[in-house]
Design a protein around this ligand. Structure first.
Ligand code: FES
Length: 484
């Protein structure tokens, strides 16, 4: 009997990114059936993989843990009722498999008896033929297939994975993510960087309503919002109150920049980190009940003690309550406040978000990120978001800096070290905007299949855009933000 695994589970099991697997499918190296991979095919294509080694998946999670300062891949146990349900499902599968094996055992005994009857009723030649046939059957049953041990290890790993997490597939966007530990479906989606639509995040507004297409969900938080009985009968549920018991397919809408309401969020300073003489990273933490909804690449207005300033969010939306902003030392009042007297636990209000410089979530093309000085802030957020989503075939980051320096150079090098599909090139400003643009473009002779996200001064963006178009970049692949 064939056993099929989803591409997301295969990615976790063999420690290869989904993007890399999709490339293998496209190149004909890995066969799929309805988007799933058969166990035997998996063993054929990855003969040397050690199932306990999550490879790139672990490395990406480690990057997130270090870089995003957040809880990722904690082996937190699910809610105990969810755990019981998952164990029950798995036990039922094992019981069905065991009863099938017992049936086959009986069948073998019956075939043996029938063959004995045939041998008794026939001549010596028939008796000899039956003996030969029975010997052959015994040999076939006893000879363990070469792949059986590896297949068993893989199935054991997959079963453990199914107890700890459930896969969610979102229609119509096609996004996939895993629900781990006690997370609701909404929390798990946001951690994975998928901006599903929601409002209050605590069961009051109904904005996170989704429809269950297949699988089983369970309420883990009560909600005040009343769903109509007819809607419930049609599979409606609130993603902020429910978790996934089994692998599920849901219908839910993904938010674009225009869908996110302007918010006013009171936050506290978690740290003012002086990265160098010229730049500080301001780390803010939002209240548990009032997270900031934003998309990577957007900006916000900050205010503290009557002083305000506009800054790009440098953290990923998947970092939950943690918001990071990069503040350049200059004469702007908010910058002066950050460098002179903003302290841990001080109150800072965030107003926003605003802006359309956001990631194209359905693109599978190679992505080129270009940051100029502290234009790195939105680019960092976008790059982390792209890593979370695993959408890009490859990622190239260019960071042009001089006054401020590549102030998070180590982080960029860590990404490049850890990810097979990520390269990082620091560049100096000194040669002039045109020359820097040409240096970047010289590394990409054809840009027909590419997306460029660039944040920097207008004249630099102008040269970069013209050169990129000359190399075949589609106007739809150009995403730029003027940062002064
Ligand atoms: S987000 Fe408001 S009810 Fe779920």
């Amino acid at each position: 009997m064939s056993h099929y695994l989803s591409l997301s589970r295969v990615a976790r099991l063999v420690g290869v990114s989904r993007v890399a697997l999709q490339r293998m499918i496209k190149d004909g190296q890995l066969a799929t059936f309805d988007g799933d991979v058969e166990l035997e095919e998996l063993l054929r294509v990855f003969p040397d993989v050690r199932w306990q080694d999550d490879g790139e998946f672990r490395r990406v999670e480690e990057i997130k843990r270090k870089a995003f300062a957040k809880r990722v891949f904690e082996r937190a146990l699910p809610d105990k009722e969810v755990l019981a349900d998952r164990l029950f499902d798995l036990t039922s599968e094992f019981a069905a498999a065991k009863s099938l094996l017992m049936h086959y055992d009986e069948l073998f005994k019956w075939i043996g008896a029938k063959l004995d009857d045939v041998a008794d009723s026939g001549g010596p030649a028939t008796a000899q033929a039956v003996v030969t046939l029975k010997q052959w059957i015994r040999q076939q049953v006893e000879a363990a297939p070469k792949e059986a041990e590896r297949g068993r290890a893989l199935l054991a790993e997959e079963s453990a994975m199914r107890i700890m997490s459930a896969q969610v597939t979102v229609q119509p966007s096609g996004h996939e993510f895993f629900v781990e530990g006690n997370d609701t479906i909404l929390e798990a989606a946001l951690r994975a960087g998928i901006p599903l639509n929601y409002g209050c995040s605590n069961g009051n507004c109904g904005d996170c309503r989704a429809r269950l297409v297949s699988g089983e969900v369970k309420k883990v938080h009560p909600h005040d919002y009343l769903l109509k009985e007819a809607d419930k009968g049609n599979g409606a549920f609130l993603m902020c109150s429910y978790t996934a018991v089994s692998d599920v397919v849901i219908e839910a809408s993904v938010a674009g920049a225009m869908d996110i309401a302007f918010q006013t969020i009171p936050t506290k300073v978690k740290a003012v980190e002086l990265i160098n003489e010229r730049v500080a990273a301001l780390h803010l933490i939002t209240p548990r009940s009032q997270r900031l909804r934003f998309l990577a690449g957007q900006q916000v207005n900050l205010s503290a003690d009557g002083v305000t300033g506009d800054y790009y969010v440098a953290s990923c939306p998947c970092e939950d309550r943690h918001i990071e902003l990069h503040v350049r030392r200059d004469n702007r009042p908010f910058a002066r406040k950050v460098f002179e007297d903003l302290r841990k636990e001080d109150a800072v209000t965030i107003n926003g978000p605003s802006g359309n410089f956001v990631i194209k979530m359905d693109s599978r093309r190679p992505v080129i990120f270009v940051a100029w000085e502290d234009g790195f802030a939105p680019i960092k957020s976008l790059a982390q978001h792209a890593m979370s989503l695993e959408v890009a075939e490859s990622m190239h980051l260019y960071w042009v800096a001089e006054d401020l320096g590549q102030y998070q150079d180590n982080l960029c090098r860590a990404w490049a070290d850890a990810l097979d599909n990520f390269t990082y090139t620091p560049l100096k400003v000194e040669s002039g905007v045109r020359h820097v643009a040409e240096t970047i473009l010289a590394r990409h002779p054809s840009l027909i299949r590419a997306d460029i996200y660039a944040a920097g001064p207008a004249d630099f963006l102008h040269h970069l855009r013209d050169g990129a178009m000359a190399r075949g970049l589609s106007p739809l692949g150009w995403h730029a933000e003027i940062v002064v």
